[in-house]
Design a protein around this ligand. Structure first.
Ligand SMILES: [Zn+2]
Length: 64
């Protein structure tokens, strides 16, 4: 998949120029990403899942 979760240790999470969930181009790297996630139900769910995964098994294998 071209637009799957980036590796957790890349800088793509801190400075994304596109949505890592759906691949949509973002108007702004920081706040634009958060705005996009809030506006997009699918990405919102995946963002919540991603954060739960980080919480639940940080340090374990990254599922892709
Ligand atoms: Zn998206």
């Amino acid at each position: 998949m071209a637009h799957d979760h980036p590796e957790p240790d890349t800088d793509r999470w801190s400075n994304p120029d596109f949505c890592p969930f759906c691949g949509a181009e973002l108007t702004d790297p920081g706040q634009g990403f958060l705005d996009h996630v809030e506006e997009t139900d699918t990405c919102n769910e995946r963002f919540e899942d991603w954060r739960e995964n980080i919480r639940d098994d940080s340090g374990s294998e990254w599922s892709s």
